[in-house]
Design a protein around this ligand. Structure first.
Ligand code: 5GP
Ligand code: ZN
Length: 118
């Protein structure tokens, strides 16, 4: 998609420094990291999110890239969190399927923050 920032990164139109790449996926560091390690893994092809019709081989490639990214960033032993924000309630802002790999510090036990007032 011509107006998709991650398609532009995948095509090289926007330069990135690959953390990991293969013929199906590309991983690069998040522009606004939430932790010392915050890397995004994207399919080279455009899918809106995990609800889209994503071929099995792309799903496998995305998940296979996770431990490769973790090892490349040195958090495979210390641990990390994998997040796939999907849709409005998850706060998805870039509508090109992507996997966050976050680590490099203790992330705590909770996966979500309570809503205001809870
Ligand atoms: P979402 O909230 O959609 O799951 O996450 C999108 C992520 O993409 C955010 O963490 C944001 O910082 C990151 N991001 C948005 N635009 C760019 C960009 O141009 N380059 C990089 N490296 N990350 C981006
Ligand atoms: Zn895209």
């Amino acid at each position: 998609m011509s107006d998709c920032v991650f398609c532009m990164i995948a095509s090289g139109e926007i330069p990135s420094t690959p953390v990991y790449e293969d013929e199906t996926v590309l991983a690069f560091d998040d522009i606004a990291p939430q932790a010392p390690v915050h890397t995004l893994i994207i399919p080279r092809a455009h899918y809106r999110d995990i609800n889209d019709s994503v071929p099995d081989e792309v799903l496998v490639a995305l998940l296979r890239a996770v431990p490769a990214v973790a090892a490349a960033k040195g958090v495979d032993a210390s641990g990390y969190r994998v997040i796939v924000n999907t849709g409005d309630d998850a706060g998805q802002t870039v509508h090109h399927l992507h996997v966050h790999v976050i680590g490099g510090r203790s992330l705590g036990e909770g996966m979500v923050r309570p809503a205001e007032g809870e």
